[in-house]
Design a protein around this ligand. Structure first.
Ligand SMILES: Nc1ncnc2c1ncn2[C@@H]1O[C@H](COP(=O)(O)OP(=O)(O)OP(=O)(O)O)[C@@H](O)[C@H]1O
Ligand SMILES: [Mg+2]
Length: 488
């Protein structure tokens, strides 16, 4: 949960889930089964070898002498088992990741008639994982086979020497039979131990995959160099000459010398073409990524020196892709502030115009919504996200297309609720619909990762830049002749 955003950009959630389930299960099976076998057979082995020495020290010394010959191939085969089991687990995780992706996207898959293609691809992935698991099992079988052949082969060799001694009269037949029984017990237990070894080697493939996760580094600054944030923050944001490209696409400069200042309590609007980097600014403000050059600070504190937890406490966001969890409406809103009372949750829902539709649901605030909010409409999801941000009540408010899915009526009502909220806090509003940003103190126009114009709606309309072009397109009311043309 604490790993940086770039980790989640590069890893699929289903693959990670498979490490937590399939790999952990393999380790569990190996450990729980093997522990008892290993314990029983170690005791048997030690006891039998002790008795072998008591019966015939000379033969026992020879038998012990061949043990290193047995161990060397075990280690070599063990490595192969480990490698092959790792690749089997990788393939299994790949299949799981694909399954969880298409199950989550079932509506889109069905809408595009992609069921067969998806099923075939999943079948291929599973088949591959099955083949690799078989390869790993075969390698393990070879390990056990070689170990048992070597162990019992050396027992036969030692017994042949023992028979010679009986013939030479230096060992009694009774002693040899006694030695025979002990060495079969010892050899049997060594055989079982080698099987345990194979099992552990197989589990080691999974252990490696789990340790990779455990060894991932977070981006958080070391506690020693963390600068405390004066709480509550005043909310001044200074961004200067920010350069940034995503770790997954280092060749593309997403922010290219972006500068802006936001005074405490100010409301600014960020507008600009799709892909110009608006949401990226929010990601940097939340400390999900860090800039390559330039500086980004809140109340004069460089973001990179802040504990992410402290920083994020000061920011309320309504993200562009709203996330709704598969729990009750109440819990979804209270996610913004888990210690909030029911009354506070309802008050936030009212401000976000969510209350009316929530009380109309079967169980009101206790209604459990589907995964990712599947059982709600787009605008309802968005209003829950707004309620969540309102409830969090942080000094800095970030709205990324927060009202884009709402009808004009609801949008206006939600805007009123949000305006109360924006009153005394620093707010950045991203919107494509320019009507929603008219009231901002300042409008910043972004293009290709930098600010190209700024001012109020009126002052920008006097110019002749990007904003004016966008605004003319949006606010233009087609004349009668154009409507007639469209109809024709
Ligand atoms: N996680 C990511 N990894 C790599 N590239 C990304 C990532 N997220 C966004 N980008 C790229 O960064 C650029 C800016 O994206 P951003 O989401 O900031 O645009 P935006 O201005 O918010 O656009 P929109 O108005 O469509 O939401 C885009 O070209 C996009 O392809
Ligand atoms: Mg965006």
């Amino acid at each position: 949960m604490r790993l940086p955003a770039r980790f989640f950009d590069a890893n699929r959630s289903g693959e990670l889930a498979s490490r937590l389930t399939a790999d952990a299960t393999q380790i569990k099976t190996a450990v729980s089964l093997s522990a008892s076998v290993a314990l029983r057979n170690s005791i048997l082995c030690v006891g039998a070898i002790g008795m072998m020495f008591a019966t015939s020290p000379r033969l026992s010394a020879i038998a012990i002498g061949v043990i290193p010959l047995i161990i060397a191939p075990l280690i070599i085969f063990g490595r192969a088992v480990r490698r092959k089991s790792r690749s089997a687990q990788d393939a299994l995780a790949n299949a799981t990741a694909y399954a969880s992706e298409i199950i989550g996207a079932n509506r889109t898959v069905q809408a595009f008639n992609g069921e067969d293609a998806a099923r075939q691809r999943y079948a291929r992935d599973v088949e591959l994982s099955f083949d690799r698991a078989c390869t790993a099992a075969r390698a393990r079988a070879r390990l056990t086979g070689v170990a048992i052949a070597l162990i019992f082969g050396s027992v036969v060799g030692v017994l042949w020497l023992g028979a010679q001694s009986v013939l030479g009269g230096t060992l009694s037949p009774g002693n040899l039979s006694q030695f025979l029984i002990y060495s079969v017990i010892a050899a049997g237990s060594l055989g079982s131990l080698s099987e345990v070894w194979g099992e552990l080697a197989q589990a080691a493939g999974s252990t490696g995959r789990l340790f990779e996760l455990l060894n991932e580094q977070t981006d958080e600054p070391e506690e020693a160099i963390q600068v405390p944030l004066r709480i509550p923050v005043r909310g001044s944001i200074e961004i200067s000459e920010l350069h940034f490209s995503y770790p997954g696409a280092p060749e593309k400069q997403v922010l290219d010398g972006l500068s802006m200042n936001i005074a405490p309590g100010e409301t600014i609007a960020l507008v600009g073409p799709s892909g110009s980097g608006k949401s990226t600014v929010f990601s940097l403000l939340l400390g999900f990524y860090h800039q390559e050059a330039g500086s980004l600070s809140i109340d004069g504190r460089d973001l990179r020196a802040l504990a992410p937890h402290d920083l994020r406490k000061q920011i309320s966001i309504v993200p562009q892709d709203v996330t709704i969890f598969a729990t009750s409406i109440l819990d979804n809103i209270a996610f913004g502030r888990p210690d909030a009372t029911r009354e506070e949750v309802i008050a936030a829902a009212m401000k976000a115009q969510a209350h009316n539709f929530v009380v109309g649901l079967r169980d009101g605030y206790e209604t459990i919504v589907g995964e990712r909010g599947l059982t709600l409409s787009g605008g309802q999801r968005q209003r829950l996200a707004i309620a969540r941000a309102i409830l969090k009540d942080a000094p800095i408010l970030l709205l990324d297309e927060a009202t884009a899915s709402l009808d004009a009526d609801n949008e206006q009502l939600v805007q009123q609720g949000l305006e109360q909220l924006m009153d005394n806090r620093s707010t950045v509003v991203i919107a494509h619909r320019l009507a929603t940003v008219l009231k901002a103190d300042r409008i910043l126009v972004m293009e290709d990762g930098r600010i190209v114009e700024q001012g109020t709606h009126a002052s920008l309309m006097r110019g002749s830049g990007l904003y004016k072009r966008l605004a003319e397109l949006q606010f233009k009311i087609p004349g009668d002749s154009e409507l007639a043309q469209d109809a024709a």
